[in-house]
Design a protein around this ligand. Structure first.
Ligand code: BES
Ligand code: ZN
Length: 868
């Protein structure tokens, strides 16, 4: 473990109340000038003021007490770069009372996608241009102006931007006034209405060239979606989602959206997916723009989820904010849960809650089984530690425990408690317990006691089930213990959860027959009216955050119900996911799990297939390192063929998005594993697409591109690169650049790696293009070597941040030998990776898990596959 970095929060003897902030970016020199007047309250006498400031130069700083006439105290300025702060020292003590702090400063519009930064775009005529934009969360407002950059130090903001006249300039609030700059009439001075009291990390400015579409929601809020110039129709879909979503949340929370307007804007260079700045939400282009013809169903679903997520933050996060980053999960876990509620409301055809079980619960259970996981609530101080917790625990486990809680207290109580919480803490800050208290009051249930076991303790339980039939009753004995990915219990500390358990039976598969709270190590539960041959499932609809282990006899009863699909999709999904995890942990045999996979012959649910595919993918990673990978391919081709055949290549008129997504999934697998028929058809369709004869529909592009790449040569590669160059939409560029790495030839793979670093690929996408080469053993080797060689450059490019964590993940996670684990460990002993420390340990742990799994079971798995 690297040493914990020294960290102190800012002193609280002086507190800001309002910032009057004026910023003037120079889009040619990539610098900016700033002036601020901060109305402060001095709470106790002091000779210095400490605030955050990073990579900013201060020209002058002075303090004027409200009752001191014209007398200004000039400050001596001393930076403390290791704390990202600046100390302003005054010749005499400031007395308690009101005053104003005036600071003149300058800074760089950097290219690191954080703070106040530059973003490159091309104008419709193809000209290269720059805009200026902000990304402040978590700790980068201090890169744009000296401020108290902590979420609990809320203030109001009067923002003024001075920009060239022909640019769009936006901030959180509507424009209050717009005038020519007196000294140069090619510039304008735009002043915005005062913001409500808010945290610094939610402030935002955007300067650039944009078009927009607009509408009003049913409550009269003005909603605009800003797009690149000439592409405003690509904003229409997100606009519709936003206009529907705002009133939905208004109704759900029983609190109106607090600002007069909201803008959603697509930013060319953007590190995260999207950012919930109050009233000015910024997005990656791929998370906001939809082309009616050329965007896939998956993209639409993604845009809807992201819009739903960021708009939820306008209440949960912006109106009520976490007191400190330790409670980040409140923001992200909650938004990651309610985005599904919103999409389910707007687009029921996505059956999005089933997808939750795969995308969020599944991800959470996987990561949280590691010894190197962490509790949802975790003390953090230094910015690198803060960056590090924007991870699957805060997001996906956070969302999963909220889903479990929502089910436990019921929708009515949940809504009531949410409203109480938001009303009580609006324009203020809250901690996790505050939410539990509101929800406990509203529901009359021991929410605090139950939830504390989930948020203050890492990991989750596996509930072991043994059963006996007593007359018409089935008596289950449930026992909980911590689930560990390697099957080995930690010695230190004993873990125990209060687990809301629901149980369903074959007579009414969708409904919980028994609901109870497992609040001790072991207990008996009687399920009435069950005949001896009927299945009884623990964790109905996979709502609980735990795994279930049945005896093999109990398990057998599920087989027919999987085959005839009377076991509901979320239960089928959860069941097989638990089995794979238990196998990886060495608690059951992988061959037994593969036998159960055989029961999915009639499976037709996209999400079940998707989860199963992910799990088989893990096995394929192991087998790629053996001489039996061909057998795995044969097995897989047989598995996916029926579903691909039943869907065909062409969309049926009446089919929904899930059919399109399932077709994409099945064809992709068949293409990847070299199914001849699929490869031939994909090649034919690709040629027709390239020649312009029959353009591929959006939902077929993914599988066709991947298939021709995996089975392609240099000609295909060049054709694909040409498509990349010609592509206008970011969605298409991303689709292509993520799949070109699957080309067989090592030489071409190396080309892809260089291409990833070239200026043809935006920094925000580099990591994923690099990740694209890791589909084969050889590719993983090349990628890891490349990442090591280029580490300094990559590190400099991202200056820490979560993209670097993702890079560690894609380049190391899928190794399968102890030697590799050691090699990765060793490399990072001498190469710093701020904000990726935990990720490195997790990757190393994953490699060791793979290695053990390989050793233990690859022979028996191969034998099984060969016998099929
Ligand atoms: N608050 C985050 C943005 C963010 C992420 C800031 C990481 C700083 C570091 C935003 O609400 C968010 O969660 N965005 C997600 C997309 C969302 C749909 C899960 C993202 O950027 O991945
Ligand atoms: Zn979020």
């Amino acid at each position: 473990m690297p040493e914990k970095k020294e960290f102190k929060r800012l002193p609280t003897d002086v507190k800001p109340e309002n910032y009057t902030l004026r910023l003037q970016p120079d889009l040619d020199k990539f610098t900016f000038k700033g002036q601020e007047t901060i109305d402060v309250k001095v709470l106790s006498s002091t000779t210095s003021i400490t605030l955050n400031s990073e990579e900013i130069e201060i020209q002058s700083a002075c303090y004027k007490a409200a009752d001191a006439g014209d007398q200004n105290l000039k400050a001596e300025v001393k930076f403390e770069p290791e704390n990202a702060s600046v100390v302003l020292s005054f010749p005499s003590a400031l007395q308690p009372g009101s005053g104003q702090l005036c600071i003149d400063f300058t800074g760089e519009l950097n290219d690191k996608m954080k703070g106040f930064y530059r973003s490159k775009y091309s104008s419709p005529s193809g000209e290269e241009k720059y805009g200026a934009v902000t990304q402040f969360e978590a700790t980068d407002a201090r890169r744009a102006f000296p401020c108290w950059d902590e979420p609990a130090v809320k203030a109001t903001f009067d923002v003024t931007l001075v920009v060239p006249k022909n640019r769009v300039a936006l901030s959180n609030m509507p424009v209050k006034s717009e005038n020519d700059l007196p000294e140069d009439s090619t510039w304008k001075v735009v002043t915005y209405e005062r913001t409500p009291i808010m945290s610094t990390y939610l402030l935002a400015f955007v300067v650039g060239e944009y078009d927009y579409v607009e509408d009003k929601d049913s409550d009269g809020v003005l909603v605009r979606v800003y797009t690149p110039v000439g592409k405003k129709e690509q904003g229409q879909f997100a606009l519709e989602v936003a206009v529907k979503t705002l009133p939905f949340y208004n109704k759900y929370f029983q609190i109106a959206y607090p600002l007069p307007k909201i803008d959603l804007i697509a930013i060319a260079d953007f590190a995260a997916g999207a950012m919930e700045n109050w009233g000015l939400v910024t997005y990656r282009e791929t998370a906001l723009l939809i082309d009616p013809k050329n965007s896939s169903s998956k993209s639409k679903q993604w845009v809807a989820l992201v819009v739903g997520h960021e708009l939820a933050h306008q209440w949960f996060g912006n109106l009520v904010t976490m007191e400190w980053w330790t409670h980040l999960w409140l923001n992200e876990g909650f938004a990651s849960w309610i985005e599904y509620l919103c999409v389910d409301y707007c687009f029921p055809e996505f059956d999005i809650w089933t997808q939750f079980v795969n995308s969020d619960l599944g991800r959470a259970l996987e990561m949280d089984a590691l010894h190197n996981s962490h509790a949802i609530e975790i003390p953090v101080g230094h910015p690198d530690e803060v960056d590090e917790i924007f991870d699957a625990i805060s997001y996906s486990k956070g969302a999963s425990v909220i889903r479990m809680l929502h089910d436990y207290v019921g929708d009515e109580s949940f809504k009531k408690g949410m409203n109480q919480y938001l009303t009580k803490f609006k324009y203020k800050n809250a901690v996790t317990e505050d939410l539990w208290e509101s929800l406990g009051k509203a529901s009359g249930k021991p929410v605090l006691d139950v939830m504390t076991t989930w948020t203050k303790q890492m990991g989750y339980p596996v509930v072991k089930v043994s059963e006996k039939q007593e007359g018409s009753n089935r008596v289950l004995t449930l026992t909980q213990e911590k689930f560990c990915a390697d099957g080995v219990q930690e010695k230190e500390g004993s873990f125990s959860w209060m687990v809301p358990v629901s149980i369903s039976t074959a007579s009414d598969p969708k409904k919980a027959a028994v609901v109870t709270l497992l609040d001790k190590t072991s207990m008996d539960v009687t399920v009435p009216n069950v005949s001896p041959d009927q299945w009884v499932k623990v964790n109905c609809e996979s709502v609980g955050v735990y795994r279930v282990q049945y005896s093999s006899e109990t398990l057998d009863r599920f087989i027919p119900a999987i085959k005839n699909k009377t076991l509901p999709p979320r239960d089928r999904l959860g069941l097989q996911n638990d089995l794979f995890a238990l196998a990886r942990a060495g608690m059951i045999s992988t061959v037994d799990v593969l036998k159960v996979v055989g029961a999915f012959v009639n499976e037709d649910d996209y999400t079940v297939w998707s989860d199963l595919t992910g799990n088989l993918g893990q096995i394929s990673i192991l087998l790629q390192n053996t001489d039996g990978f061909e057998d795995f391919k044969t097995f897989s081709k047989k598995l996916y063929k029926p579903v691909a055949q039943s869907l065909g290549w062409d969309a049926k008129e009446s089919e929904g998005p899930l059919a399109a997504m399932l077709r994409e999934l099945a064809l992709t697998r068949l293409g990847k594993y070299g199914d001849e028929e699929t490869v031939t058809e994909a090649r034919k369709r690709f040629e027709n697409h390239v020649s312009g004869k029959v353009p591929l529909p959006a939902d077929l592009k993914g599988p066709v591109y991947l298939t021709v790449m995996v089975n392609g040569d240099e000609t295909t590669f060049n054709q694909m690169m040409k498509l990349y160059d010609e592509a206008d939409m970011q969605e298409e560029k991303v689709r292509i650049s993520r799949c070109i790495g699957s080309i067989k030839s090592d030489e071409l793979k190396k080309k892809v790696l260089d291409f990833a670093m070239s200026d043809k690929v935006r920094s925000q996408d580099t990591v994923f293009v690099i990740g694209g080469v890791t589909g084969t053993v050889q590719g993983r080797e090349l990628c890891w070597q490349f990442v090591q060689d280029k580490w300094t450059e990559l590190h400099e490019r991202y200056k820490g941040g979560f993209l670097l964590s993702r890079l560690v993940e894609v380049s190391t996670d899928n190794f399968v030998t102890e030697a590799r684990a050691k090699e990765v460990e060793k490399f990072f002993e001498t190469h710093s990776a701020p904000a990726a420390e935990r990720k490195i340990q997790q990757s190393v742990e994953n490699i060791r898990l793979n290695a053990k799994w390989m050793e233990r079971e690859s022979t028996s798995v191969l034998k099984f596959l060969r016998s099929q």
